[in-house]
Design a protein around this ligand. Structure first.
Ligand SMILES: [Fe+2]
Length: 328
């Protein structure tokens, strides 16, 4: 596979596993195309045309090295094929130097966004409103609660030196890509399906269910496994939602009141800040925090299995708990 093919595969898998459903994501892309068409010529130059086919602004190819770009030339056929990938949760300068030192890495894949994908992280957060709507929070309420938080995230990432690692990849002539929401969608979809199958009744049942998943089992050993942030293990779980697993980053803390009003009993998330936790507690929600690295690993692994099946060697690092579910 080439870098382009791996990127395309990631986006396809992200759409296939999107909690909004494939049809809704396609409509979302159609709206982007319409918006682009209606833009004045000058504004079209500024538009990120990747948005016409990729609904995830936090996932992009960040650097295509010259040696792989030459793949398209007939004389160099085969040279553009990625054979070995170094992948982890956060892949920045140190990991890029590691990849270069290892000598045979063709591509570095980061889970958390870098470069322009980091600068546009907020662009993927509208996914959260639709997911909340599907769980019973009216879409108008979900959107209006989320909107100020999206602006806040936009302002929050703006001072970051987004291109620091990308510039390094360019100088090292190293392939560099980030795949964030597609992986998180795969992890979230995995859990939604598992909840339907296992039907946990109590909060404890949810914790037990999570701890049976190999990534979380390993995370328990690493003292970073599933934890109850609010509520009690013996509480009835009620309506369980996977709302804090995908969609860029943490949503608004003002959503918990609306979730409680919509009849939601338990939230499963990757991580949660103290302010959010207090709000969730105030509205009597149970919050099960699955653990950040283990949750990210689950989604990354489901994506990597598809990459591995296509003959690419995977080297995990930077917090990634690699569990392969490939059956060769
Ligand atoms: Fe993450």
């Amino acid at each position: 596979m080439t870098i382009q093919q791996i990127y395309k595969l990631a986006i396809e898998l992200g759409i296939k596993n999107d909690l909004r459903g494939t049809a809704r994501v396609k409509k979302y892309l159609e709206r982007s195309k319409k918006q682009f068409k209606e833009l004045p010529e000058k504004k079209k130059e500024e538009f990120d045309e990747e948005k016409l086919t990729n609904p995830y602004s936090d996932s992009r190819i960040l650097n295509e090295p010259t040696r792989l770009r030459q793949a398209c030339l007939p004389a160099k056929q085969g040279s553009g094929v990625v054979k070995k990938v170094l992948i982890g949760v956060d892949m920045e300068g140190p990991e890029l130097i590691l990849a270069d030192k290892m000598g045979d890495i063709d591509l570095v894949i980061a889970h958390h966004p870098e470069g322009h994908a980091l600068a546009d992280l907020h662009g993927v957060m509208d996914l959260q409103a639709q997911v909340l709507a599907d769980y019973g929070v009216p879409i108008n309420i979900a959107e209006s609660v989320l909107r100020p938080r999206i602006s806040e995230v936009n302002r929050g990432v703006s001072p970051i030196n987004h291109y620091r690692a990308v510039d390094m990849a360019r100088l090292l002539d190293m392939g560099f890509m980030c795949v964030h929401t597609p992986c998180d969608n795969m992890g979230a979809n995995f859990l939604v399906k598992l909840l339907k199958k296992k039907k946990p009744e109590t909060v404890e049942d949810i914790l037990e269910m999570l701890k049976e998943i190999p990534e979380f089992k390993e995370a328990v050993k690493r003292k970073a496994g599933p934890t109850l942030f609010t509520g009690s293990p013996e509480n009835m779980a009620g309506k369980i939602v996977v709302t804090e697993f995908t969609g860029g980053t943490a949503g608004s803390k003002d959503i918990y009141e609306k979730m409680a009003n919509a009849g939601i009993g338990t939230v499963i998330g990757m991580h949660m800040g103290e302010e959010h936790r207090k709000e969730a507690e105030k509205y009597h929600l149970n919050v099960v925090i699955a653990g950040h690295m283990a949750s990210d690993s689950l989604g990354i692994n489901l994506f990597l299995d598809e990459v591995e099946k296509r003959g690419i060697e995977i080297i995990p690092t930077s917090g990634l708990i690699r569990i392969s579910r490939c059956k060769f």
